[in-house]
Structures are given as C-alpha cells and as structure tokens.
Write a protein that binds this ligand. Structure first.
Ligand code: SRM
Ligand code: SF4
Length: 557
C-alpha cells in the first residue's frame, strides 16, 4: 500500500528545484519573515528562519511580530578554511550577523542573527570567498566531514580528497541558488534537472563522514554513511563502509531512536564515490516519504534489514564491497595545544568553548583568530568537536602565534580540563526553535559542577566525554557520550550514561526529567561507585554500561 506523501514532499516537488516563492519572499519588505513554505525551501540554501526566544514573550506581550532573524550555515567539506577565507567570514559576521562565528559539530560555520534584507549580501559574501551555503541544510547530503588532523599524513591528504570529491558529487545541481542569491536573475536556459536527487530530493537529511583511525573524532557511528580509512604501508588502501547511524529521537515516541551505524564492507578509494552515490540513491528510492520522523536511512535499514541493504547495494555497484578490514578506534577528543605534524610543521589546536567564536570579556577569540589569520600562511581546520586547528605552522612561526594568543587572552583556554576540551553542546536557546532546554549557554556552569564532583572523588584528570543537547534531536551527538544531558523542558534533562570512549556504543537513559540538583546527585552517586569499584583502566562510560543493571534508573520526577 502506498501511503500519502508528507506535506514537505509535496512542497519540494512543486518548488521548481528549490525556488518556491523565495524571490517574492525576499523582495517583500513589509515583514522580516519569509512566506510559510519558503522557510522549508530556504533550508536547502543553508538558511533557517529563527527568532530570538529570549525576546519572544515580551514581543508577544507588545503584540509585535517576532524579531525574525536568520541563521546561515556555510558548508565547509572536511572543515578546511584558508586564513583569507576566515578573515572574510569574520568580516561578514561583524557586518551582518551577531559578531560571532559558530563552529558546528559537522565542521561547518554558522552565522546567527542576520536580518532578511542582509541575507543576499551575506550569502554573496560567503560565495565571494569561494565557500557556499547550498545543501548545508535540507533533505540532501550535508557537509561531508573528514577527520581534520591525522597528523597530516599521506592518508589524511588522500582521505580528504575523497571526502571533498564525494561532497562535490552529491551537491545539488539546481541553478536556483545562483539565481536567488548571486545573479539575481533566472539563468535557466534549459529545463532544470537534478541527475541524482530528482525533483523531490531525498526523504530527509543525509550525512556522510570520513574517519581516520585511531581517532573517531567524526563520530562515524552517528552518520548515515561512513568511510573508515584503512591504511596499508602508509598509504590509503580503502575504506570500511558503515551505514545507518543517526541520533534524532522524539520524546515519547518509541518508534524513534538513536542508532549506531553498521559496517557493511570495504571499498577501494576509487569506488568511494560510486558507493556514496548508490547508498544515497537507495535511500532516495526506499526512504519513507510519508512520515518525516521515520525518514532517515537508519529506519530504511531497520525496516528491511542490513542484509537486504547490503545485497541491494551490491546489485547497484560494478564491484561489490568486500569484507570489512581490521582497524581500531581509540578515542574521539581533540589534542588541544601544539603538536608536530608528519610534514614537520606544527598544528595548534585551540579549544573553542561550545564552538562559539566571539569576543568575550576574558578571551577575545574572534579578534585573536583574525589577527592570527592575518599573518598565518597555513590553514584553519575546524574539528567535529567544535574546536579549531591553526595548521601548518613552521618552527619559527610558533612564538608569534603564542604572543597573539596571549595578547587576546586566548591562552587561558588551553588550560581547560580534559572534560571541557571534549565537551559538546548544541546551540539550543535562544536561537534554535526546537530547543526545550539550554545547552550552549548551560555547558560552562554544568562543567564547573561536574568538575567539582570529579574532584570530590579524586577523578580530576578523568577525560570524561560530556555532551548536552537542548532537545532529543541530538545535534551534539549525545547518545554516543559517556555522560549526556538531553533537554526535556526548561532546566530539566534526561540523563544518559554509558557511551564508550571511542564512540562505538550508544549510551542509555538512566534518569528522566531531572533538574540540576537531581542530575548532580545521580552523577555523584555513580562517580563515587566508579571511584571505589572500577576495574583497572576502566573508563566511566564502560563502568556505567557494565553496571547499568545493578545501578538502576531513578524514578522520573
Ligand atoms: Fe542539528 C535540527 C543545529 C548537527 C540532528 N540542528 C537542527 C536545527 C537546524 C533546528 C531546526 O531544525 O530548526 C538547529 C539549529 C540551531 C541553531 O540555532 O543554530 C541544529 N545541528 C545543529 C548544529 C549547529 C549543532 C551545533 O551546536 O553544532 C550542528 C550543525 C551541523 C552542520 O554543520 O551541518 C548540528 N544535528 C547535528 C547532528 C550531529 C551530526 O550531524 O553529526 C545531529 C545528529 C545526527 C543525525 O542527524 O542523526 C543533528 N538537527 C538534528 C535533528 C534530528 C534529525 C533526525 O533524524 O531526527 C534536527 C531536527 C530535524 O531535522 O527535524 C536538527
Ligand atoms: Fe536545537 Fe535540539 Fe539541535 Fe540542540 S539538539 S540545536 S536544541 S534541534
């Protein structure tokens, strides 16, 4: 039985390859908002309509239109930005956004607080710097991630090339993007055609990452499609292919769940694009287009089985996948500070709290990084942990950067605890329309509280992975953390424990709807038990998973 397509499916199909009525919406100067349907179509162009939720009630009381602002996401495959691009993005953020650059958990950059009449100028500015925003959001393949560091080995270079080639291959071909944001005119000389996606694009967002063992910083098991680089004699032999990862959940809907991806085989580097294309096409053809909560690849695979998926893929590939090869992931966090790379240069990984690059009272991160970008000749690399690497620094370039860091108060951030260096928080309030609780703004205080607990139990140096998401959509990939808070309501969270250090195991919810006192009491109890009865070398997440049954869950508040 064919079920009726969801309204978004119908909207995509009639959008004329992502035009909708966006041109009219942008010309309408009466409202700061887009027309209703255009708020869906604009996502494919990297643009989200939002309002500042801190101001919502007061504006409502004054019977004013919400203070509409836009989030623009720039797509940055592999997270590589030149210093010149960084400076251009910085200038755009100061001119059109809220003077901050937000590094995302997918190695991209978001601008927040752009008003409608500045959308075109901002997107044009991003394009002028040779980046774009097309397909940063929407039901298409999103920013392709690639492990950013890997000691700058030959493997990294090859893996990055594959990631960027996949990204290019899967970028939508619609000319609507140029028409709407760049040229301002209809350049469609011939009928539009999306060779891969078709006129309805994918049933839902699609995410790809390339991991380079032993680091799983891209969280490969959270991705719809993953490529795990396998090395042989210092060269890239190929990739283990994973499918069906995903985090999004809806509270109270048991049919939704996070899922860790399955390894389905191994492919050569030359096959990677064909594998990516065919996995995307399988999802295009078999994904659920009637229910958006059931439309990710993870559900397509669970509904039909991994074996079905593997066989269906084999029939579409010229050369089938072979058996996955042996490899080992050891960790996910970024090594903050200076490290020498395989090419002899230095990399400086700078901890960016919650990924927010702005000038604060203590550290003037935006201005400091701008100053470094003015004189640095290497690259900036964005990490999946929302940090930034100043990459390719020669021996004699280090001291100047150290001085710049000190001048702008940034050096203090390097002394952040292991907990903070790898802690993640999604944006959440005030901009995210789906947030149920704080995340980015709450992480610093919550980290303080957890650090006090760790100290109480003699665990100050424990490199615990802590993640907060303001709602169950899981943008900070919380279900793969050792400790995670998932927003339920203002000031209330579900507590999840038991992810592994290398990110290959989902955690479980141990307590529901707790306030801060409840969370800290629960963590205190479990950290005390961990301190007294852990096995030699056992991580907290492993302990929590091992003892889940005996430790039990608390009664929901
Ligand atoms: Fe996300 C929706 C922010 C990574 C799962 N995500 C959103 C929106 C756009 C809210 C909305 O739809 O109105 C958030 C914008 C907030 C704001 O004000 O900026 C948002 N997601 C983010 C970012 C910025 C979080 C961050 O703090 O870094 C990340 C941007 C990544 C990027 O550059 O492309 C971000 N989102 C993720 C991830 C992590 C990942 O991709 O590795 C996930 C979990 C993995 C996954 O997709 O399963 C994720 N975001 C979601 C979902 C749940 C999808 C689902 O399958 O149910 C939503 C809601 C939706 O799509 O309906 C969502
Ligand atoms: Fe918003 Fe929820 Fe994603 Fe956080 S997890 S950014 S609250 S959608």
């Amino acid at each position: 039985m064919t079920r009726e397509q969801s309204p978004v499916e119908k909207l995509k199909a009639r959008s004329n390859f992502l035009r909708g009525t966006l041109a009219a919406s942008l010309s309408n100067l009466v409202s700061g908002a887009l027309a209703g349907d255009d708020t869906q179509i604009s996502k494919f162009h990297g643009v989200y309509q939002q309002d500042n939720r801190d101001e919502r009630a007061e504006r409502n009381r004054q019977k004013l239109e919400p203070a509409w602002r836009f989030m623009i996401r720039a797509r940055i495959p592999g997270g590589i930005v030149t210093p010149a691009q960084w400076r251009d993005l910085d200038a755009l953020a100061r001119r059109y956004a809220d003077a901050s650059l937000r590094l995302t958990t997918r190695q991209a950059i978001q601008f927040h607080g752009v008003i409608k009449c500045d959308l075109r100028n901002t997107i044009r500015g991003i394009n002028d710097t040779l980046l774009d925003t097309l397909a940063a959001c929407g039901d298409v393949n999103r920013n392709v991630m690639c492990a950013p560091l890997a000691n700058f080995s030959a493997i990294h270079t090859q893996a990055l090339q594959v990631a960027q080639a996949i990204s290019n291959h899967l970028t939508p071909r619609t000319r609507a993007y140029h028409e709407l944001w760049l040229d301002g005119e209809n350049v469609a000389a011939e009928p539009e055609h999306e060779p891969l996606y078709g006129s309805s694009y994918l049933p839902r967002k699609f995410k790809i990452a390339v991991a380079i063992p032993p680091v799983n910083d891209v969280d490969i098991y959270a991705q719809d499609l993953g490529f795990i680089a396998i090395a042989r004699d210092g060269e890239l032999a190929g990739f283990n292919v994973t499918v069906g990862g995903g985090m999004g959940v809806t509270h109270g809907d048991a049919a939704t769940y996070p899922r860790a991806a399955d390894a389905i085989g191994f492919c050569s580097p030359d096959q990677a694009i064909a594998v990516a294309e065919q996995v995307v096409l399988l999802q295009r053809d078999f994904g659920d287009r009637s229910n958006r909560r059931h439309a990710r690849l993870k559900y397509t695979i669970d509904d039909r089985g991994v074996d079905w998926f593997r066989e269906a893929l084999a029939t579409r590939l010229d050369t089938p996948l072979t058996a996955p090869r042996a490899f080992r992931f050891t960790h996910r966090g970024d090594p903050v500070g200076w490290a020498r790379a395989a090419d002899g240069c230095w990399n400086l990984t700078i901890h960016v709290p919650q990924g927010r690059v702005r000038d604060g009272d203590e550290a003037r991160l935006l201005s400091g990084l701008n100053a470094i970008a003015s004189s640095h000749a290497g690259e900036f690399r964005l990490t999946p942990n929302q940090n930034l690497i100043v990459a390719g620094v020669p021996d004699d370039g280090r001291s100047a950067i150290d001085r710049q860091l000190a001048d702008y108060g940034i050096d203090t951030l390097q002394s952040a605890s292991g907990l903070r260096q790898q802690a993640l928080a999604c944006v959440a309030l005030p901009t995210c329309g789906l947030a149920m609780a704080e995340a980015e703004r709450y992480l610093p205080d919550f980290s303080n509280a957890v650090e006090r607990l760790l100290a109480r139990h003699g665990l100050e140096d424990l490199p615990l992975s802590l993640r907060i998401s303001g709602c169950p959509n899981g943008c900070s990939r919380p279900y793969l953390a050792e400790v995670a808070l998932v927003g339920k309501a203002p000031g209330r969270y579900n507590l999840h424990l038991g992810g592994s250090v290398n990110g290959d195991r989902l955690n479980t919810m141990v307590a529901e709807n707790l306030d801060e006192a409840g969370i800290l009491a629960e963590l205190d109890r479990r950290l005390a038990r961990y301190a007294e009865s852990r096995q030699h070398g056992e991580a907290f997440g492993d302990f929590a998973a091992r003892t889940a049954r005996t430790e039990g869950a608390v009664t929901p508040a």
